[in-house]
Every structure is written in structure tokens, then in C-alpha cells.
Design a protein around this ligand. Sequence first.
Ligand code: ACO
Length: 469
Amino acid sequence: MHEKTKEITKIIINAKEKAIKETSHEPEPELTKLVNWPVQCVVGPGLEGAIACETRIGYVNGSKGWLIYRGYNIFDLCAYATFEEVSYLLMYGYLPSSTQLAAFKKKLIEYRTAHQTKRLLMSFPIEKMKPMAALRLGTNLMRQEFTDVDSDKYLSSVARIIAADEDSIPMETAPMGEEHAIYEFKRYQREDIIKEDLKHATGYESCFHLLSGVASLSGAIARLRCGRMPIEHDPELGFAGNLIYTMTGKKPTAIEERIMDVALILHADHGMNASTFAAMVVASTLSDVYLSVGAGIAALQGSLHGGANERVIEMLKEIGSEENVPAWFEKKRSKKEKIMGFGHRVYKSYDPRARVLGPLAKYMTKENKEGKRLYKIARNLEKKVVETLGVQKKIFPNVDFYSGIVYSSMGIKPDLFTPIFAVSRVAGWTSRVQEYLRKNRIFRPRAMYVGPFDKEFIAIGKRGRSKRS
Ligand code: ACO
């Protein structure tokens, strides 16, 4: 495995050794036991510290800087596995045999063709939409194309009675008795691959469909945004290689493909982060996997979460030069503004994902003048932040700090960085949703009411102009 890219494996192993050395003095893990419900915990704003469920999928130790998927540390998975293997691991709980992996890859290849979805996507102004909004739309279209959840047989009886009442049928749904006139183009030319399991949009097949489909959609969106037609996958390339190829139209080198694969592994799962929680909340209502992943995409796009990677590149360009770092940093601090790509709710030590992505960014930019310039600014900024905020508040680079430099060096545009994050995180979202649904209970926390009571109702004509309280 990874014979052609041994130098990348070496970079990852070095990162692992550095991590072990620097965090060996930190305390051993807590919160790794079965929970006796109801659980007592101290909850802060933003649900900080709240325990929402048990999981066997992944573990983040913020003080030791550990990230573990199903018992395996992230450095070993990056060094020795592939994204397909890791997705299988997250979903099923064990690493696949070579036969199991081959079958899994075959399934992902089958599911990546979604012609009708792409065609429908092209009827929207994709070039004017944020890629994450387009991606979310795309998952809804996949749901529409491949599942039966919205078909007649799932409509309530009331809806059917109304539909059967001629007068209430909007004209365009059945103009002059030509039942299919308008929607003829939608008459199901669904792919042969439609499987029984996809129809209900809730099971494992839907998860794999989304894993492959979100990657295909990201490639298509990248192309449509610059006025080009989506391109077909290259059968010679794997999941990561095709992601680069369908986004840029350029065949990646073995090194680029490997580094994208490592980046996908690093982003695949991360505890109860905001987007995972959003996906799980939606699933807990017994909605479906497509809508849950759509919720994850919506949450991920914000700049406090996955959207930070795009903002980091803007920030490095704004700083402009290594010399400008101290002045820029002081200005930000004096205004108490946050610095994108730094800080984390859980990590109070160096994020292990940034430990891998930092050296990979250096490696990828060594022959690239503009990339090297941005990398040097980033390194200087990191030094400045770590020696000040690192010491005072335990703020270190997070996963989003170096990823953009890595993607840029492959010719990927900044507005596609967050979609790449989403492509990978589908593995975590869907695995966690499936795990949670096995013992599902609808998520329903409470808010503390701090408003007034006993207000007298005043009729509208007698009300003055009030201010918002
Ligand atoms: N730059 C400067 N100061 C920071 C930063 C930062 N990036 N992050 C946190 N701080 C400071 C806060 O100002 C606050 O200081 P105070 O106690 O003096 O008021 C303290 O550290 C705690 O910060 P919070 O915002 O309360 O921490 P929280 O856990 O709520 O937020 C978050 C975590 C959102 C990641 C935050 O660190 C941040 O906004 N970072 C920048 C955006 C970013 O990079 N997001 C990507 C995170 S990784 C991911 O989601 C994939």
C-alpha cells in the first residue's frame, strides 16, 4: 500500500512521533466509559460539556491531542489506510478484508453516476450560489431521484383525497387531461442501480449513495460554477483522485491523489461537532438520511466551523507578507477579532489534523512560488499566535488552518474547500446517524426562560412603539 508515495507516509509518521513526544505529560483520558443515564454533567453555553449519547465511532482527547476512529489513531490511518477503508471502518466498526473493500469500492463507483441529479442541478443558477448551498440542493435532488419517500404511496390519506378532487388540482399538474405533460422529462429514467434499500432513504445504502454522490456533486458544482460541463470520472483513479479530477479537470499526480486521500481521512469524523450534531438532531426526528446530511452541510458551511478553511486563505492574502504578520496580528488582537483557523472547543493542545496538514502544506508548496509565500505567512502567523494566545488561552492551529494551502497547491479554488470537507464528513455524519438510530431518542434539550411573566395584553390601537428587549 502507498508504495509510490512513501515520502508522504514518512511525513505522517514524523507528525505522529512529534505528537507523542509533546503530549506525553498530559493526563490520561476521561469520559470513555458507558454512561449511566440520566447522566450528570456541567453544561456551558453552546452545550459545552454536555453528553448527548454514547458512541463507539470516534474519540477526541483535547488535552493529549488524540483523534481516534473506532480504536485506531488518526496518524496510523493516514499513514497506512485509504479513505474508502476508513469510511468502511467508521460505518461497520472494523477494517475491511480485501474482498470486502473491493465490493465496497464497486458500490461507491456504481453510486457516483447520478446523471438526472446533475441535469436537474444544471437548471439552477449554480454559478450564483455558494457551493455549499448548491451541494445541499444536490442532496435533495439525489433524494428526489433515487428514493420513493415523497411518492404517492407515502402521502397521507388527506393529501390523496385533495389530490383526487379535480377542482383543487393546480392546472399545470394536469393540463387538459394530459397527465404527464409538464413533468414528462421527469418520468423515471432512474438509473438501473436503484435498489430497494434506497427507496426509504434511511438505511446503509442511502449512506453509501450519499458518500459517493456528494463527491460527484462537488465535482459537478466546481465545473458548473466556471461555466463548464461536469466531467465523467476516470476509472483509473480512486475516490480521492477523482475528486481532484472532477473538480479541476486535471489528472492528479500520485502524490496529489495520496495527499487528498489523507486530507479526506483527517476530516471524516470528529465527535459531536456542530454539523454532526445537526445531522443527528434531524435524524432523531425520524426524518431521513438525505435530509440529515443536508442539515450537516448547512451547519458545516458557517465560518466558525468548516467554512473557516476558505477564510484562512483570504486572511493570508490580506496579511500579504511575512513582515506584515506582527502588525496585522496586533491589530486583530486590539479589536478582539478571532483569527481564522485557530482555536477549538475540544482541543486545548495542537490539533493532530493540523500536525499532518502543516508539513503536507510545506511539502506541496516547495516548488510553487505563490504557495510557498502563503505557507511562510502561515508559519509566521502560527508562531505569533502560539507564543501569545497559545500560552494564555491554549489556542493552536486547527484542521482548517493548513488545509486550504494544500488544496490550493492542487489547483482547487478556495470556494471548494468547504465542499471537500463535506465530502469527507459524510462518512462521519452517516455513521453517527446510523449508530444513534439504533437506540434513538428524539433530541430535545431545554432553554432557560429568562423573560418576564404576567404582562398585561394591550390592544393594538393602544400600543405605543416598543423597543426590542
Ligand atoms: N482567535 C482569537 N481568539 C480566539 C480564537 C481565535 N481563533 N478562538 C477562540 N479565541 C478566544 C476567544 O476570544 C475567547 O477568549 P475570552 O475567553 O478572552 O473571551 C476564548 O478563546 C474562548 O473562545 P470561544 O469562542 O468561547 O470558544 P468556542 O469553544 O466557543 O469556539 C471556535 C471554538 C468556534 C472554533 C473558535 O475557536 C473560533 O471561532 N475559531 C475561529 C474559527 C475557526 O477556525 N473555526 C474552525 C474550527 S475547526 C472546525 O470546526 C472544523
